[in-house]
Design a binder for this molecule. Sequence first.
Ligand code: ADE
Length: 245
Amino acid sequence: MIFDILTLFPDMFRSPLAGSILEKAREAKLITVNLFNIRDYAEGKHRVTDDDPYGGGTGMIMKPEPIIRGIKAIQSGHPEARVILMTPQGTPLRQEVVRRLAQLSHIILVCGRYEGVDERVRAVVDEEISIGDYVLTGGEPAALVMIDAIARLIPGVLGNEGASEDDSFSRGLLEYPQYTRPRSFEGREVPEILLSGDHQSIERWRKREALRRTWERRPDLLTRAGLSDEDQKILDELRGSSGAE
Ligand code: ADE
């Protein structure tokens, strides 16, 4: 998977991509991250990349020419590369979106800055993505979130195959509670069932706790989760035993 990043601040990517799992993935050539400075595609002595908004208002708008020139330069020879603009106006990033993007081989991530990018940039963008309903100073942290979330789904990146299938959201539910040693910590005990060695019972308990946690914290996820009849039965029991309607 190739990630090409178009940004005014390539340095913001260097430290987050160094160390830990993403660096190992790059060393193993499972992912490649190339950084491109939008300023390099700007013209004139001062290589200006932003300007005042037509119609007035505060803040600066990123000019269309440098961004579009940059996208076209990266795209030449790579027509398959998908161009994604990071913006709070985009499709919300959810695990199902991450799964879809992880199937691609080449993504160009365009990071906007300031108060926004000229609307005409959208004509050369395939898709727009938001990492949440809040506004960042620029698309760079959002692009890093995308790289991280996508990379961990690429076979070999996590080392432990299947690790990404087991976690929160993989089945549309929050994760069940996890424990490791010690068995007793400050008076809090590991649930007996996890020590039982009875794998079927442990699976049932985990399913129930995942459903409980999702129902308590993120009931909005349950409507999307694609619950089985058995899941639905467990949920009905949980609702009944809580005294809720
Ligand atoms: N740029 C600024 N805020 C953003 C957000 N929430 N998601 C993606 N890109 C952004």
